[in-house]
Design a protein around this ligand. Sequence first.
Ligand code: B12
Length: 219
Amino acid sequence: MANFEELSQAVFDGDGEQVVEITKSLLGSGADPQEVISNGLIAGMERVGVLFKNNEMFVPEVLMSAGAMNTGVEVIKESRKNFDMPSSGKVVLATVKGDLHDIGKNLVGMMMESNGYTVYNLGVDIEPDKFVEAVKQYQPDIVAMSALLTTTMMEMKSTIDALVEAGVRDNVKVIIGGAPITQDFADQIGADGYAADAASAIDLCKGLVDGNARDALSA
Ligand code: B12
């Protein structure tokens, strides 16, 4: 009979067909969907995240794994029409105005989804006002911005300014990333966090959203 380890391995291998087969088999034998997600699908992505962080795995393979993981999530959603994947939090994600690079952003988005976040991926070349609208509409926990060009980095600051002006800055945590971005820059423009890669972005989100929960408890 299929087991979680095999499922995690199939995600790691980026083998969507195997993922579908093993997920169906596990559900068929009565496994808890939540455990299939955590101990099989997410466990596989976690291994990918670690290797990716250490430059032992590269973008195409990470995308294959993320895709394979998503096929598993689809199988579970399909089998349990009423099953809500427990959400770790909501994220509005986009590449800033003037910037068309989206490979890294999409990778971050997939990793977030794999880790239970509901991601509203607005796309590329997104103006500050569009971020504001999305924050009002989706009421996310986190706004995540990507920029790959030194010429578009400052749009991150313009976006934060627009959030302040619209009175919604304090409702969200703002995180930023992309090749030219540094922690110093994040501090300079008043972002709440920076991460250098998709795996670290998840750690960052967990810290910030849990932090929110703690604030709420102590309030
Ligand atoms: C692919 C690419 C393109 C593709 C983009 C395709 C696409 N759909 O994305 C195309 C060909 C369209 C392109 C166009 C251009 N590009 Co280009 N491009 C690249 C290239 C080669 C790779 C970028 C990439 O995808 N990397 C792989 C991903 C996985 O890495 P990543 O994006 O850094 O993302 C990771 C982290 O940064 C982080 N991250 C990313 N976003 C976020 C967000 C958050 C919230 C967090 C926490 C983390 C995070 O996590 C990701 C995963 O680990 C880079 C070179 C490089 N070394 O970066 C140049 C590069 C970024 N491009 C560059 C340039 C100059 C351009 C153009 C101006 C070229 C031109 N003259 O037309 C145009 C600009 C178009 C525009 N307006 O945006 C320069 C930028 C130089 C600079 N300092 O500003 C670079 C650095 C190349 C170079 N050395 O000159 N480009």
